[in-house]
Ligand binder design. Sequence first.
Ligand SMILES: O=c1ccn([C@@H]2O[C@H](COP(=O)(O)OP(=O)(O)O[C@H]3O[C@H](CO)[C@@H](O)[C@H](O)[C@H]3O)[C@@H](O)[C@H]2O)c(=O)[nH]1
Ligand SMILES: [Mn+2]
Length: 706
Amino acid sequence: MDLPGFSLSSASHAFTFTWVLTVSTKWNPVEYRTYPERLSQKIQELPPVDMFVTTADPELEPTILTVNTVISLLAVDYPAGKLACYVSDDGCSPVTYYSLVEASKFAKLWVPFCKKHDIQDRAPFRYFSSEEVPFDNSLEFQQEYNKMKDEYEELASKINDANKKSIDWNLSGDFAAFSNIETKNHPAIIKVVWENKGGISDELPHLIYISREKRPKHPHHYKAGAMNVLTRVSGLMTNAPFILNLDCDMFVNNPNIVRHAMCLLLGSRNERESGFVQCPQYFYDGLKHDPFGNQFEVLHKYLGNGIVGIQGPFYGGTGCFHRRKVIYGACPHDIGIQAKSLTPVHGDLTEKEQLKIFGNSKELIRSAAHALQGKANTSPKLLPNLNEAAKQVAGCGYEYGTSWGKEVGWQYGSATEDILTGLLIHARDWRSVLCTPHPRAFLGCVPRAGPISMTQQKRWATGLLEILISERNPIVATLTARLQFRQCLAYLWILIWGLRSIPELCYAVLPAYCIITNSSFLPKANEPAICIPVALFLSYLVYSLSEYLEIGLSIRAWWNNQRMGRINATNPWLFGAISVFLKILRVSGTVFEVTQKEQSSSNGGDEGRFTFDASPIFMPGTTILLLQLTAFVVGFGGMQSPSVDNDASGLGEIVCSVLVVICFWPFAKGLFGKGKYGIPVSTICKSSLLSLSFVYLVKSASKGQV
Ligand SMILES: O=c1ccn([C@@H]2O[C@H](COP(=O)(O)OP(=O)(O)O[C@H]3O[C@H](CO)[C@@H](O)[C@H](O)[C@H]3O)[C@@H](O)[C@H]2O)c(=O)[nH]1
Ligand SMILES: [Mn+2]
């Protein structure tokens, strides 16, 4: 077989494999319903929950968004005395700390207001931006509403001012800890912003600010590292048996969500059924018809519910309720002695072993033992007194020689720490549950620009592939641990994203190749065999379209997702694969590039239009497009080589080539667009060079054949 024939057949096999994975994953969908009003029949007292928020960069992640997320958490419908909110700031920004202090003052007015009037939007920026006029016309409500609105505007302008003035920030008094530090070189800073001393239900929950120690020579493991510090510090301070974690942009949209999650965590006969409870990652103010194909509605619905029917949803990094003991490495009780082979954490550890696993803090070991045995919290402590112990476990050297990031806590070694961490939990025989209440649990920001979306996709493809090539991959977990076979297939479906770039590239280049060399990869239009690819293609179209229509999405949304599927696969996913390849060759490491979050649609006009920047990530797409255009010139300009064995290219190849151009239409517009809407000239030049060399190569190769 020649090279094109070989690549065609391997690409087809790769697609068939992906199809098998998809079908297996979607096969038996399951949905859970939750009835929080029945919770009191089941349990006497609601359990405590520690709530984590991570933020890393006040520029990319506007402080006002983080603050809104925190406020919405402080305002959930759950006894405040049972809650503690921990904010991790990897940016080590005094502005973030200051904003939290101000936010807690605001929340003291906001939370009673929400609870009194049963406000559903507990993130103030949402509530005050909603078009609907508040329904309550009483004078009392109107007065309170106006007061709250003024208070929020004041808070927002204080934060805004703080952000602007951040250069000549006066770092004294409470802010002294932030003076003379660099963001990547500073000791741990832990501050109790608000303490609910009496554990009182209608006060505010605890609010704690944490910026872990960072030193240039110490790896900090990005978000996973931050999550582990949050776990340890909260272990010392409140040690709640359940942990909710949110990214800084994901505010609470359903104030009852903690109770919904408790239905799933406490409602089943065996806790193994719900090792963690994941809420789907939905977004607010998403652009109409999903032009960047990143709102994942269809994915959540079909693949999401399908996995629920196997071993449970993947951990998605945000909007997830964990059991602390599961994070600490525990296995379900009923697998008994076999648990010892799956985890270093089990009932009869000596103190020495515990120190080795959890690190050198006696206080932490004591609290971890409590968490693992499911004992209630020890007597209430005054949080500031714990500050020294907390700083120890937030130190950058604390984890050396311990099991953190390997067997315990959030897992290191992948830019998608979420999938890796969830995989380990499933491998230890836990199941997970998807929580889908109405209204939706949490809402976050979705990228609204080409470059941001591409960077995010690249990070995912990179991180997922890192897992696939590691010894912690799902195949090993199925063979040596307790990952179910079909769950393994579901994991493979997502982990191979980066690799899928290769067959997608082959398929995108093939039509152009055939036209240029005057050969074919499809049967002729008058041969009966043409029915096979046409039938496959049409049934795929009809099936995928029906998925969109069934959940009320538009044809445009379907098309945008198809198109972005091709663009993502050939651009960011390819770069993801390349960066993992470079990592294997030890040329460069992989990094977690934080996704930029925009507050609202201030883009003006052309919202859904694809945007570009000078990143090489846009080169493959541009090259593919130029190749098709070259093929048209060659084909219609009569410059084709004579065909070998009567195998001339025909209608099929032309149709496919046109289809590729339609898929890459945003790039076609980009060739002529201006500013951010245009592909930079340098990218166009490089891509032209690439496609010309390709044409030259295949031309000379095919001449050799004749
Ligand atoms: O060094 C870092 C880097 C990131 N973060 C935080 O991690 C969160 C997620 O980062 P973001 O850039 O928003 O990631 P997304 O592209 O939205 O990420 C998705 O994919 C990630 C894995 O790649 C998951 O961790 C996220 O939860 C999931 O939403 C944010 O709160 C960041 O502040 C840190 O705390 N420290
Ligand atoms: Mn995010």
